[in-house]
Ligand binder design. Structure first.
Ligand SMILES: Cc1cc2nc3c(=O)[nH]c(=O)nc-3n(C[C@H](O)[C@H](O)[C@H](O)COP(=O)(O)OP(=O)(O)OC[C@H]3O[C@@H](n4cnc5c(N)ncnc54)[C@H](O)[C@@H]3O)c2cc1C
Length: 417
């Protein structure tokens, strides 16, 4: 079933009776070439690129709940390639390019909106670091520009320019950044993978990973055992728990990150805007809600809701920067479980167990990584070699120090990424 303007028109005029389910609901087979654990954005994108780029279609994605019910459907939808550090910079550049063609590739409307991101700076030090980051982004081949205070005021007149404590001195803008409809991204990749023969199996929790003589041979699931030549983790916030099923301890802590959405308001915020004070980020959804968030809750947890001090901090930051919206009502808030690594960068690598692959440690930035992660992970699984855009995301950097962002003197602070 292909989507087009004509199709939408025809269905609209004929009672919408011709739409078909986007994917099948197959029974699990007893054996696959590749089993992917986790039907979030990364697992589904990996399955799609395995089939599309490498012709590997005897693949199952096993999801314990429903497709897209994890973080891929819980994030604040920001997509960008404005990373500073080597390793991340080229990876997110690769990912943003895939975002730009994804809707055509998948024949699916993911509501990709390149509305631009503006990272505000409030003091000389932040300005210098924004300039340094901008130069690094441009050197990588992506777009970045420094905005003066006056230019920021033209683009976003609703911001608080009179705040003495956090004066807005200007901003770093990336025009190709923006937002996408998060769950549509999962659905688009799911549909694309299913069309190419991948089995998407929902309500199928993986409860064990079978290893014989140092090699993975399959998984135990809520729907019975499944044998597999290769098993690929894509379980995001649950990565530590799933890896433990194979006896592995990952350098990952799971933390809650909250997000918030206000009641629908008239269009006011045209871009994604981030405030260096309080690490606040906001955009306005197509329905008019302000979508925003800030820091992690900063303690390990598997809860899907966050704590009140962080709610208070986020609201304070929001009202400090956009006092005009202080009377807007909050519609809802929620949390998602983030797989945090010590250096804020992901792991995409072989595991010490033959045939078991790792894709985790996305911290709070994995949505924008979805197409890039799927493409480089599929490359690793298919060829057993790292993709050129993801050579630094090795597991052993935490043991050896080699390639660790911190060891290279570029800093281990998460928000530098
Ligand atoms: C509030 C919030 C805001 C965020 N904002 C942004 C943002 O603006 N931009 C950005 O780039 N990133 C953002 N992120 C991060 C991003 O959402 C995640 O890094 C990314 O979605 C993780 O990859 P995923 O989509 O594959 O995860 P998920 O969708 O969580 O997929 C993992 C899947 O694995 C399944 N699973 C787990 N254990 C098992 C098991 N044993 N068996 C079978 N299945 C299992 C889960 O059910 C889940 O569906 C945000 C996250 C949150 C929570």
């Amino acid at each position: 079933m292909r989507f087009s303007g004509w199709r939408v028109l025809r269905e609209g005029l004929t009672g919408n009776k011709g739409w078909k389910p986007h994917w099948r609901d197959p029974e699990p087979k007893s054996e696959y070439d590749v089993v992917i654990i986790g039907g979030g954005g990364h697992g589904l994108a990996t399955a799609y690129y395995l089939a599309q780029e490498h012709g590997i279609t005897n693949v199952a994605v096993l999801e314990k709940g429903y497709l897209g019910g994890g973080n891929v459907g819980r994030n604040t939808t920001i997509v960008r390639a404005n990373y500073y550090l080597p390793g991340n910079s080229e990876f997110y550049s690769h990912s943003l390019k895939l975002w730009e063609t994804m809707e055509q590739d998948l024949n699916y409307n993911a509501m990709m909106s390149q509305r631009g991101i503006i990272n505000l700076f409030h003091n000389d030090g932040q300005r210098d670091s924004a300039v340094r980051r901008g130069n690094s982004i441009v050197n990588q081949g992506d777009d970045a520009e420094i905005l003066s205070r006056e230019r920021v005021r033209e683009l976003a007149p609703f911001l608080n320019f009179e705040n003495n404590r956090f004066p807005i001195m200007g901003g770093l803008m990336q025009r190709r950044a923006g937002t996408a409809r998060h769950d549509a991204v999962a659905w688009g990749y799911a549909r694309g993978a299913d069309m190419r023969g991948v089995d998407l199996i929902q309500n199928c929790e993986v409860t064990g990973i079978d290893v014989e003589n140092g090699k993975v041979v399959g998984v135990q699931t809520a729907r019975g055992p499944i044998r597999a030549k290769k098993v690929a983790l894509a379980a995001a916030g649950r990565s530590g728990q799933v890896a433990a099923m194979a006896g592995l301890t990952l350098p990952i802590e799971s933390h809650v990150l909250q997000a918030f959405v206000s009641e629908g308001l008239k269009p006011i915020v045209d871009h994604v805007i981030t405030f260096a004070e309080g690490h606040l980020y906001i955009s306005q959804s197509d329905k008019g809600g302000m979508v925003f968030g800030s820091y992690l809750d900063f303690y390990s947890s598997y809860a899907a809701r966050g704590n009140l001090p962080m709610v208070e901090h986020t609201m304070e930051s929001f009202v400090a920067m956009v006092p005009a919206l202080s009377k807007a009502r909050l519609l809802r808030s929620w949390g998602g479980i983030m797989d945090m690594t010590p250096d804020g960068s992901p792991i995409i690598d072989h595991s010490p167990i033959d045939g078991l692959y790792l894709n985790c440690g996305w911290c709070y930035g994995g949505f924008k990584a979805t197409p890039g992660s799927g493409s480089v992970y599929a490359h690793l699984i298919a060829t057993d070699r790292p993709h050129g855009a993801a050579t630094k995301f090795k597991l052993d950097r935490f043991r050896s120090g080699v390639g660790l962002m911190d060891e290279e003197g570029t800093g281990a602070q998460h928000n530098l990424h």
